[in-house]
Design a protein. Structure first.
Length: 388
């Protein structure tokens, strides 16, 4: 990154990436490997809790394409042998990764994973501004000026030709540009950590999923012996339940047949914390989006955690966005339409798969949660429009 001699707080770069999660850091690694000057802005210092621990075996070719697979395997993420689900009946179904062409998956220490990705981008000469937030973004046709503020209260101005929104579900840049979302549900995940009562207890490295009357549960063992236990339900159903009882989450956990019994030798370590997990696609029409602006990862599509594809999609879309920029810089052949139509196609396939998965559970016909998910060819239920 070149610093202008005229103003100490003014930077000129080719690509500015807002957000250093899997999508933003993957884009940054790809761009800087191709010598495209890139600045990545991340609001945190990677010390905050991050959700999403299951990394599917499909991540292997993505991490390899980024040139970081070997480094990744040296970290102590727990190898995942598969997924055990109780879905549609009390019989378990075990999906063993041994049959996956890429082998096993992983149970991640998520904040370490995200911070490692950012470090890999930095090692390839990406300028990373941590603990820095966006104050404003303006488009001047051929370029953008973004004003930032860091943790020392200093303003930084960045001129960039491209801007990538990788700020996750908050889609901060898209919102500022007035881009709306088509929202398909109001799924929310309430997550709580459990630690073993017995020391040095290593759980079976398998994720357990169990459907319930008003949602579903998953429990992921982590490398330190803890379990992350998450209740997925609709926001209104959770609010209603919590109003009736302060220990709603625990009561619902006790009603499960398998997840609760899995935790017999564990004690709860943290209070349940909510994470929005709704399904949506950002309302992409090329006309409504500024030139050279690319939303990636959860800033463009929100995936139900049932898909276990959120991190892989985020990394792939980051790489795709970077490839379009590289191609445009090298050959002037950028076709944003292709990027967006690929995203729409991916989302269409995901909706079909999500619907098939939910249809496999038929036991609670009177439950609002399942009725909502069994409606055929579900159109979006809400539109979020920031300009209204
Ligand atoms: C309950 C739940 C469980 C999930 N489980 C899984 C799972 O098991 N497996 C899986 O693959 N996926 C899972 N996911 C989905 C997965 O976590 C996301 O798909 C993935 O994190 C998206 O990556 P991202 O980089 O697009 O966004 P994020 O991971 O959200 O990263 C966004 C980054 O941008 C930064 N940021 C935000 N705003 C600003 C700003 N204004 N300025 C600067 N920086 C900013 C944030 O600090 C963060 O670092 C789960 C999601 C939920 C909600």
């Amino acid at each position: 990154m070149q610093k202008s001699k005229l103003q100490a707080d003014f930077y000129d770069t080719i690509a500015l990436i807002a957000g250093g999660g899997p999508a933003g850091s993957s884009a940054a690694i790809k761009l800087t490997t191709s010598n495209i000057p890139t600045v990545l802005v991340e609001k945190s210092n990677y010390n905050n809790t991050r959700i999403g621990e299951m990394l599917s075996p499909n991540a292997k070719p993505i991490l390899s394409e980024l040139g970081i697979f070997e480094d990744f395997t040296k970290r102590n993420h727990l190898i995942s042998r598969g997924i055990r689900s109780f879905w549609g009946s009390n019989e378990d179904y075990i999906k063993e990764f041994i049959f996956n062409p890429y082998g096993y998956g992983w149970h991640l220490y998520r904040k370490e994973f995200d911070s490692d990705l950012a470090r890999s981008a930095e090692a390839r000469s990406c300028s990373i501004l941590k603990q820095t937030k966006i104050v404003s973004v303006s488009n001047y046709g051929e370029y953008y000026i973004t004003t930032l503020i860091n943790n020392c209260n200093e303003n930084i101005n960045i001129k960039s030709k491209y801007i990538i929104d990788a700020t996750g579900r908050s889609a901060e840049i898209s919102r500022r540009f007035g881009v709306s979302n088509n929202i398909y549900d109001r799924l929310v995940g309430f997550a709580s950590l459990f630690e073993p009562i017995v020391q040095n207890f290593i759980p079976n490295p398998v994720t357990t999923i169990e459907s319930a009357e008003s949602g579903w549960w998953y429990a992921v063992p982590l490398g330190n012996g803890d379990f992350n236990v998450v209740y997925m339900t609709d926001l209104d159903l959770y609010s209603k339940g919590s109003l009736k009882s302060k220990s709603f989450w625990l009561n619902e956990l006790q009603r499960t047949n398998f997840i609760f019994s899995l935790l017999q030798n564990y004690k709860q370590k943290s209070k349940p914390r909510g994470f929005m997990s709704d399904t949506y696609i950002c309302n992409i029409s090329e006309d409504s989006i500024h030139k050279n602006f690319l939303p990636v990862g959860s800033a463009i599509i929100g995936l139900d955690p049932l898909s276990s594809d959120g991190i892989c999609f985020a990394m792939r879309s980051g790489i795709d966005a970077a490839k379009f920029i590289i191609s445009n810089e090298n050959n002037g052949e950028l076709q944003f339409k292709n990027y967006f139509s690929r995203i729409k196609e991916h989302f269409g396939n995901y909706l079909a798969e999500r619907s098939e998965n939910y249809k496999l559970e038929r036991r609670w016909q009177n439950s609002l949660f399942w009725q909502r998910r069994h409606r055929v060819d579900l159109p979006p239920r809400f539109t979020y429009n920031p300009s209204r």
